[in-house]
Write a protein that binds this ligand. Sequence first.
Ligand code: S3P
Length: 447
Amino acid sequence: MTECFQTILSKRSSGLKGQIYIPSDKSISHRALIMGSLAIGKTSIFRLLESDDIFKTVNGLKALGVDIYKESDKWCVHGVGVGGFCEPENIIDCGNSGTSVRLLMGLVSTCPIKVTFTGDDSLRKRPMDRVINPLSEFGAIFSSNHDSKLPINVIGSNDPIPINYNLQIPSAQVKSAILLAGLNVRGKTTVLENEPTRDHTEKMLKFLGAKIQIEKKGSSNNISINGFPKLNPGIISVPGDISSASFPIALACMIPNSELIIKNVGLNPLRDGFVETLLEMGANIKIQNKNIEAGELVADLHVCYSPNLVGVEVPEDRSARMIDEYPILSILAATATGPTIMKGIEELRFKESDRIEAIADGLEKNGVFITKKNDQLTVFGKGNQKIKGGSIINASNDHRIAMSFASLGSITENSIEIRGASSIKTSFPNFIDLMNCIGLNIIALKD
Ligand code: S3P
C-alpha cells in the first residue's frame, strides 16, 4: 500500500470504474471496541476499521486494563465488565481522535480512577467543555490548564449520581459520553436531544442486551438507560463507512463516464443526509441489496456519472445527519448548476479544523465563488464551465479536507497539490491506492 504521504498531487482523471469495498465505519468501530470492553467475556469484531483514530481507542482501552488483540481476520476484546477499568499508568494520548477522547472520558468519569488525556495539536484546540459540563454532574472532577482543553485530568466519581441532561448542541459524541458514563451509575440517566444524532451507541447497547428507552417527543428524543445493564459479549460485523464512501460517490457523480458499485455501506437513517441531498441535486445513485447487520442498515450503492446536477438548499435540520460530508458536498456543489446553500453548519467550525474556513478558502483559491456566514456556506456552482484549480491546499492535518481537495483535483483544469495529507490515515488509510485503482490520478510528492 502507498503510504499516506504528507504532500500529494491530484491530477485530472477520466471515468471511474469498478466494484469496491470502502473502509469500515469509524463511529461503529470505536463503539464496538468500547462496548466489547464493557461486556464480560470475549467479543469478536469483524472488519474493524484499522486506522489511526481506532488505534487510539484500542490503546486507551488497553491502558484501562482491557485485553484487545487481532486474531486472523477478527479483533478480540476481553471485556472487564461495567466499572471494571483500572487506573492507567500513563497519560492516554488520543492523537487526532475527538471520538476516542470524548467517549473514553465518559467511560472513566463514573469509575473511581484518575486519568489524564491529551491529543495532537488539532485535538488540543477542540472544545471539551461540551463533555466536561454533563460529566461533572455525575460527580467527576476535571482540571485543565488551558480553558477546558486538553491535556485534561479526570478524577472519576466513586459515588456517581444519575443525571438528566438536555443537550445544548447536536452531538453524538456528547450523547454517547453521557450514556457510557450512565452505565456505571445506580438509577436512570436520561439525555434529551432536540435534534437526533447518529444512534450507533444506542443500537449497539441494545444489540449486546442492554435495555435502553427512547421516547420520541416531536422531533426530539429522550434517551434513558438504567445503570449496570447486563451486557453480553457478541459478534459484531462493522459496515462500510458512509462518510468514507461519500468521496467515491461524489467522484463518480462528477467525472464523466464513471460507474461504480460501492458494497456494504452503512446507511443508518441518522447518517444518510448526504445521499438524500445528492438525490435532490439529481445524482444518479441507486440503493441496492439492503440488509441489517449488528442492528445497522447496510446496502450497496450503484453510482453513475450525473451530468445535470443542480444546486440545492440543504436545511439546518439535516446537518446532524451529514455533518462530516459537507466538505465533499461543497466540492460536488462547485460542479453543479446554481448555488448550493448549506444552513445551520456552525458545528463544522469545531472539527479537526475549522471546516467552513478550510472549504471556503480552498474553493476560492481554485476559482469557485462562495459566500459564508458563521453557520452557513453557499457555493456558487460552475455548471458546465471549467474549474481552474492549480492551487496548493494546506489541509491542516484534517483528513476530510485533504480527501475533498484531492477529489476536486480530479476535475479541475490544473492539478491541485495537497499538504498535510498524511492525516488521511485517521479514517481512510488506503484512500490513495483505492481511488487510483478505480481511475483517479493521485501521486505522492517527495516530502
Ligand atoms: C461522531 C460524531 C460526530 C462526527 C464525528 C464522529 C461519533 O461528531 O463529526 O466524526 O462517532 O459520535 P459530533 O458528535 O461532535 O457531532
